[in-house]
Write a protein that binds this ligand. Structure first.
Ligand code: BGC
Length: 767
């Protein structure tokens, strides 16, 4: 039982601290003392039950994003009132978050506010492109801003924590969650991850329009064997450090408030129970002071993994390993007190977890005002505004990648006489909203058909035919997140009408690809060709009209090799969000010159997966004259469309690659410059990419690694000299000494417009 004078001290402290507000609890608090004192003063008042309570998170059942628990609402309510819950997820709207917060603030002894989380992954109600698509913009400023807009809308609806960004590097198109990340490259993923963290969190978490971000899933989740979700991960220590951890380290350094661990095991140890990952690497080596939330039910899943015999042991393992908050396993609330009393979990570890959670609540300013995000006026006026819609269009058009454009078939003329808009996704107002759509409404996107109609001249004849459906039944709505999809593999009755439309039009725009829920959690596939009858539709159309522009909508790389061989133009349009149709029309008709570049390789076929440009050379690198070299006999080793690739309506040429020095010391630096000229007929942007190869290492190094990029606007005919600095950060890697360091030796360097860049120079690093 707590003594009265302690409660009194708590009140005094809260009053005192709330008077000094933002200055003292700023996230950039340099000495850190004041906030730590506050955290300690609260911790000192807490019973073990209340401490465990902070480590406990409940689902609010406005949305269900994992297997339901069966815990009754009555039990949840009771614990909320008596200080047994520190956080909730999926509590949506100002009304609901206020109610949940009130339960705690008006009933619990210590009145420690809830932190309320939600998967705000690519927008709250104004929906931006799915993260993989947005990553194709290679535009860090707009990605930071889109996260800031998402944070501002979510915070206007009472949310103060997002489970984003997802930082899992993934090289496997089969994995459904590849859509939620930034693709295959650790450097690009680090840059984008930091931009998104900064966007969500702003420079001051105490503001009411910024929210806590969450670096997830720690770690290795994107390397699931054979791309099957939740599957086993087997990677070595060096691969873990060099390919998987860099975006997480970058996010930790950027001050991300929270981490989420992952469902998978790594080399036999489930991430949730992985002490080395969570305690040694993240908390100790990286000196990161936020808290780690488990993934949904992942504490309990250690039983199925065969790593814990029951929920009690699972709790023991997870808490000892450094997993601070239990999402939906009901493990900590059930067993942690007992485990502490039995001496199986040290109270010091519990205290550390609780301090981490309290620290973030202080940083958010929740102790000053637990209702700071509960503002009905903001909820009414700051969500889904015209300004946010305009910005969503901007982001969407910058995310589009032009994969093919023979004979300059694009851009189209707005006064074109007739245009046939065909395909299952052409008038689909829902798929562009994508998976993890938060409060993005069903059927709320501008469809391609609408976008084109908005753009063309009144005299243009626009003909629409769906051709085929992707699914057999009406798209699963509402809780569709958890539903199976049934693909249409038989019905081709719409193809004749589509063929007729194609015959009568000057040009065909064919919208094919994937529906919203084909990618995302639990949406792995072994087939990455166009599903159902789409290929049949494509070939039937192409037979009667060769002027076909494919608008591809998808959340993963697809096998589009037939289209690449035959169709003159392909526009990669991902799932572009609320303004999809308008943004695509901007590109189709040349109001915007496409500038996106692939953040992930597109294979010739699924058998090449996992496919990534930054691979190792092997002892028998590809040699076309001989069989006993590392190659497929029925497909190339290389990608159909490689990482970093994307065309423009203009052309860029690269010349005059110059290295300032040919030799540098281990901690030295040099600059490299290149001249880039827009040699085509229109203005446009180019993503200039810098790649290196460390020729010999204490562990083998990839044949190419992205180490810098700049997205630059060029007027037609304009030449600019673009310069990059090369320093120890560019050249270091996790070496055989188990630390990040530069090794002496020879390096190659390339600059160009994709990972196949050929303009090359070399330099040496000396001791
Ligand atoms: C996902 C997480 C997500 C969580 C909460 C899990 O199933 O793996 O990414 O944040 O659910 O919705």
């Amino acid at each position: 039982m707590i003594k009265m004078h302690k409660i009194f001290i708590l009140f005094i402290s809260i009053i005192l601290f709330s008077n000094c507000k933002t200055r003292e609890i700023s996230i950039v608090d340099t000495n850190g003392n004041t906030m730590e004192q506050k955290v300690d003063s609260v911790l000192a008042l807490m019973t073990l039950y209340e401490k465990v309570g902070q480590m406990n998170q409940y689902n609010g059942s406005w949305d269900v994003t994992g297997p339901a628990s069966g815990k009754s609402d009555k039990d949840k309510l009771e614990r909320l009132k008596n200080g047994g819950v520190g956080s909730m997820l999926n509590v949506l709207s100002v009304k609901a978050t206020r109610e949940a917060q009130k339960l705690v603030m008006e009933n619990s002894r210590l009145k420690i506010p809830l932190i309320i989380g939600y998967d705000v992954i690519h927008g709250y109600k104004t929906i931006f492109p799915v993260p993989l698509g947005e990553s194709a913009s290679w535009d860090l400023d707009i990605m930071q801003k889109s996260a800031a807009v998402a944070a501002s809308e979510a915070s206007a609806a009472g949310i103060n924590w997002t489970f984003a960004p997802m930082l899992d590097v993934s090289r496997d198109a089969r994995w459904g969650r590849i859509m939620e990340g930034s693709g295959e490259d650790p450097y690009l993923a680090s840059q984008i991850g930091v931009a998104r963290v900064k966007g969500f969190q702003g420079d001051d978490l105490t503001k009411n329009n910024t929210i806590a971000a969450c670096a997830k899933h720690f770690a290795g989740y994107g390397f699931a064997e054979a791309g099957r979700d939740y599957n086993t991960v087997n990677i070595g220590e060096y691969e873990l450090h060099n390919a998987i951890l860099p975006p997480f380290k970058a996010a930790a350094e950027a001050g991300v408030a929270t981490f989420m661990n992952s469902f998978n095991e790594i080399d036999g140890i489930p991430a949730t129970g992985h002490r080395e990952l969570q305690r040694t690497i993240l908390k100790d080596n990286w000196s990161w002071d936020g808290f780690i939330v488990s993934d949904w039910g992942s504490v309990g899943e250690m039983i199925a993994h065969g790593y814990a015999k029951d929920m009690k042991q699972a709790s023991e393992i997870a808490a000892n390993a450094g997993s601070d908050m239990d999402m939906e396993s009901y493990a900590y609330e059930g067993y942690l007190e007992e485990l502490v009393n039995e001496g199986k979990v040290d109270i010091a570890l519990i205290d550390d977890s609780v301090k981490r959670i309290l620290r973030i609540k202080f940083r958010l300013g929740l102790f000053d005002d637990p209702y700071k995000y509960c503002n009905e006026e903001r909820e009414k006026t700051e969500i889904y505004t015209q300004e946010n819609q305009d910005f969503a269009r901007e982001v969407a058009k910058k995310s589009i990648v032009l994969l093919k454009n023979d004979n300059h078939i694009l851009p189209l003329n707005k006064s074109i006489k007739s245009i046939a808009i065909i395909g299952p996704l052409a008038d689909d107002k829902d798929s562009p909203i994508g998976n993890w759509r938060a409060k993005g409404e069903t059927n709320s996107a501008i469809s391609l058909l609408e976008g084109i109609k908005n753009a063309v001249s009144p005299n243009t004849k626009v003909i629409y035919e769906k051709g085929v459906s992707i699914l057999t039944e009406e798209y699963p709505r509402g809780r569709g997140f958890l539903m199976p999809l049934n693909f249409n593999t038989t019905d081709v009755s719409g193809i004749p009408a589509a063929v007729k439309a194609a015959k009568n039009a000057e040009i065909v725009v064919l919208a094919i690809g994937e529906v919203a829920l084909q990618t995302g959690e639990g949406r792995s596939q072994t087939n990455i060709k166009l599903v159902g009858k789409q290929q049949e539709l494509l070939e039937a159309i192409y037979k009667v009209n060769k002027n076909v522009v494919i608008v591809l909508m998808n959340g993963r790389p697809l096998d589009i090799s037939w289209a690449a061989d035959n169709v003159p133009s392909i526009l990669e349009c991902w799932l572009l969000g609320s303004q999809s149709g308008n943004a695509i029309a901007d590109v189709l008709f040349g109001d915007y010159n496409p500038s996106g570049k692939l953040p992930v390789s597109f294979p010739h076929n699924v058998g090449q997966e996992p496919l990534y440009y930054n691979k190792k050379n092997t002892g028998r690198p590809y040699n076309e004259t001989h069989v006993t070299f590392s190659a497929y006999r029925d497909a190339p080793n290389t990608a159909l469309y490689p990482f970093g690739f994307g065309l423009s309506y203009t052309n860029f040429t690269y010349s005059n690659l110059k290295l300032n020095k040919k030799e540098i010391t281990l901690d030295g630096k040099t600059t490299v410059s290149v001249e880039v000229t827009n040699t085509g007929g229109v203005d446009g942007e180019e993503v200039i990419q810098l790649y290196i190869r460390d020729l010999v290492g204490s562990i083998t190094r990839p044949i190419k690694e992205l180490k810098g990029f700049q997205k630059i606007y060029f007027k037609k005919g304009e030449t600019k000299t673009v310069t990059f600095e090369i320093n120890s950060k560019t050249l270091e890697f996790y070496t055989v000494n188990k630390k990040w360091e530069v090794e002496p030796g020879d390096f190659n360097i390339w600059i160009g417009g994709s990972s196949t860049a050929e303009l090359k120079a070399s330099f040496t690093v000396v001791k």
